[in-house]
Design a protein around this ligand. Sequence first.
Ligand code: GLC
Length: 448
Amino acid sequence: MRVAHSEHVRPENYRRFEREVPAWYRDAKFGIFVHWGAYSVPAWAEPIGELGTIDAKTWFAHNPYAEWYANTIRIDGSPAQQHQQDVHGGAPYDDFLDRWTAEDFDADAVLDLFRRAGARYVVPTTKHHDGITLWDAPGTDGRNTVARGPRRDLVGEFATAARAAGLRFGVYYSGGLDWHVSDFPALDDMDFSARRPVDEAYTDYANAHLDDLVERYAPDVLWGDIEWPDAGKPAGPRSFEHVLDRFYAANPEGVVNDRFGATHWDFRTSEYQQGRDNEDDSAWENCRGVGYSFGYNQVEDASHYMDGPAAVRHLLDVVSRGGNFLLNVGPDSRGRIPELQRQCLEGVADWMELHAAAVHGTTVLDAALASAGEEPWVRWTRAGDTAHAVVDAAGEVALAADPARLDVASARLLDGTPVPARAEGDGIVVDVPAAKVPGPVVVALDLR
Ligand code: GLC
């Protein structure tokens, strides 16, 4: 979630951070988000649908985001509150921190799966809205995963494993909400302005966290959420400017998302159906879970989850429009990737093994050359002088593509196998062979 986009005006003191978006980020196209926390112990939410399609009051009382559990159980009369009573005897939320064992978590194995799926970067949560940090962050007074629960520096394990697997490493940090440092009523509406910490003490606390993350792990992505505390925005000793100075000094190729409010960003974000107006000509990234939650939700089943081909179509839809896709995984409390999420990633991995050339490093194909379709589903990407038609169908398919600009004689699969194609009217008809792996088929055509 992010604040309304009208607030997104870059103030004077942040102009000096404007820069070209580094090529690695533009070319990466695909990253994996990881939401893992004490909330992965109850792992419970109502899978009511996608953010951006449900009215606010319904959303919060029946919040499908399992990572919001600590808030949802505080909403009187909510089914989550009832669940907490029935199943956990109304225990305090922090008991879940001690019950979070992470005993089966193997960062190298997890990162290997992400790498095979074609992800070029990974962004784990380092502090979500519940305020629990996944490293021994300054000032947390033992309320972190090193002192309790897993008793491990999980941020460090992700960082090391990501780099060993050849992926870039980012940190998600909730600066806007921290339910531990503040004592506001539960959030039950989209307007958080009066219910988030904005004061100097919290600003210093959050600044110290980001400084520590930068110093220890030199992240490639600073992925803020909700907002930045207001006392940390203007120029001055508490300014977020200092965080950015350190971040870019430690990692000149670093990128920052747009959820630090009216400060600075390198790329904009959308989440499920929310913020779709950010998907424009600038750098942007869409994120969503495999199902309707970021944190693991045991209530969800196959009817809520994307399978491999659905995730591939989502990825290609985003990439064909110039964005990156940050697909979220929510491990369980032992650190395992839940089976249906694993199957989704394995499906993406099988597809990417044959088709990564239509994803990584590609650009948007000019709409004058070819356009997307829904029946059958078709998306386009461009790599140099090659156009890729990504087609979710087999047999003869009429493409909305200009035969004067795309060479029908060059039509082929990515392994070079020729594909029969002909000009027909002002379009192109291709005879798409059956898919070798579940998901769309890619037909490459030379531009002329
Ligand atoms: C939202 C939600 C959250 C999730 C995130 C991912 O702001 O509050 O639970 O972490 O976005 O984009």
